[in-house]
Ligand binder design. Structure first.
Ligand code: NAD
Length: 266
């Protein structure tokens, strides 16, 4: 199977984690719309089934469901290996599943901290490891895209585990990129800003909070899941064939020090 080219993803085999809703579901939809055969994972089988049911059929074969917890070693390894066997290979691995648990840092429980790290760091590592192992054994020039966050570089008070986990993603991506560059395997991340997905229900459904969020963003609006999916597809495509080890911030300018939009310091 050739690497994804500029004609879309026809015939490509793609695995997307956390595809039951939000960014993962939008990403699966865009890949399938461009002809890819997609294997979908989510912790929850019901939303996963809904995403699957909405995907267009593709010539490469039926899309696959792989419900399960990405942070569980046996589950993560098995679901990816069985998808690879069923699809006859893998070209793109999208490590997208992620969670956050709020708590003041002085009272964060070990359980909550460990749970966030398990999904956002260990889960990404396990899924990437399964893909990389297959690509090394088969000589495939595959590509990984990880969903990071603006909190890869911006602190997130009250979300210590989330901040730590997304900071880790940046270095994991650069490490894998360097380790596998000579094999033609590329690894990148997309770092969303504030996106309208179910993860952000608390402010999406509150007009006052929604306006407050919008005011903090230089482009004055949250992003849509499809806008993140577009960036993920770009990094997976042949148009990004010389890009590896990078985090692409897709955030309406959120990482641009918005307070400097007007000149207050001179
Ligand atoms: P979401 O909560 O809407 O969707 C995440 C999906 O991941 C859910 O369907 C959930 O069931 C699944 N999931 C959670 N734990 C899992 C596990 N252990 N195994 C398998 N699946 C699991 O969130 P989203 O906004 O679509 O976020 C997707 C990714 O984007 C996450 O990594 C998140 O950190 C990142 N992100 C989101 C935003 C945003 O504003 N929405 C901003 C920055 C980064």
């Amino acid at each position: 199977m050739p690497p994804p080219d500029q004609q879309g993803f026809t015939g490509c085999r793609v695995f997307v984690t956390g595809a039951g809703q939000g960014i993962g579901a939008a990403t699966a939809m865009k890949f399938a719309t461009q002809g890819a055969r997609v294997a979908l994972n989510d912790l929850h089988a019901e939303p996963l089934g809904r995403t699957l049911a909405g995907l267009p059929t593709v010539a490469a074969g039926p899309h696959l469901e792989r419900p399960g917890d990405v942070s569980h070693e046996d589950t993560a390894t098995r679901m990816i290996e069985t998808a690879i066997a069923e699809m006859g290979g893998l070209d793109v691995m999208v490590c997208n599943a992620g969670i956050q648990i709020p708590s003041p840092s002085e009272s964060v429980t070990l359980d909550d901290f460990a749970t966030v790290m398990a999904v956002n760091v260990t889960g990404v590592m396990l899924c990437a490891r399964a893909a990389l192992g297959h690509w090394v054994r088969s000589g495939t020039r595959g590509t990984i895209v990880v969903t990071s966050s603006v909190h890869e570089i911006i602190p997130k008070p009250g979300y210590l585990g989330y901040s730590a986990s997304k900071g880790a993603i940046g270095n994991m991506v650069r490490t894998w990129a360097l380790e596998y560059a000579s094999r033609g395997i590329r690894v990148n991340a997309v770092a969303p800003g504030a996106i309208e997905t179910p993860m952000n229900r608390s402010w999406i459904n509150d007009p006052g909070k929604y306006d407050a969020v919008s005011r903090h963003i230089p482009m004055r609006r949250p992003g849509q899941a499809g806008e993140i999916a577009d960036a993920i597809l770009f990094l997976a495509s042949g148009q990004a064939s010389y890009i590896t080890g990078q985090t692409l911030f897709v955030d309406g300018g959120l990482t641009l020090y918005g307070d400097f939009q007007e000149n207050w310091a001179t």
